[in-house]
Design a protein. Sequence first.
Length: 246
Amino acid sequence: MSRMILKGINLEKSYDNAVLKTKVLKGVDIELKEGEFVSIMGKSGSGKSTLLNILSSLDAPDNGELYFEGRKITHLEEEEAAKLRRESFGFVFQLPKMVRNLSIMDNILLPSVSYRKNKKELIAKAQELMKKIGIEQIADNRISQASGGQLQRAGICRALINDPKILFADEPTGALDSKTGQEVLELFSTLHAEGKSILMVTHDIQVASRADRVIFMKDGFLVGEIKPGADRKEGLKKIQEAVNSL
């Protein structure tokens, strides 16, 4: 049986503005096992991106507890949280956050710059990742010379450069056309098949159907969960029915 790698208990989060205080997460319990692919779905404002940010230590909960590999990481000092993210977590966003005056290769290497590792070994690893993901031919290109799909693939390479234990993804196909989105989705399926733990926020049922489990959020609560199973058609049907009920 796979071990638990990430666990959130009774997570709560509120945000203040000039007028009112909005509670975004309302006592969320969630677990991720090693090698598991979990998708989180819900309407805009349901709290799914906030939950992802807290689980990945980009934000802290107001209440509740968060554990990574059995270690409590709820309220780490920022330096310690940054070290955890750098060493154990990888991030893929809807719009890849690239440094425009650097090459694709240099952007991929950015998370590893503070490591005392052999640069030749890091470059070799980046080249291996780029070849695997199909962008080795643009290693020396500037950001302005790459397509949206190529940039997202580069973002995935960058997320993997330090061999993270968990890959967090927030709408990774949301800004791509259907063909490119499908290609990126296949990459995530391959990473999952290779044993990578993945936690992904998505609004796309096609994307969610690749996961081991799909969790549904509404108004800051987890309101349901399904396992799509091996039958893709049946899995899509179950997910669509769950989405329609939100």
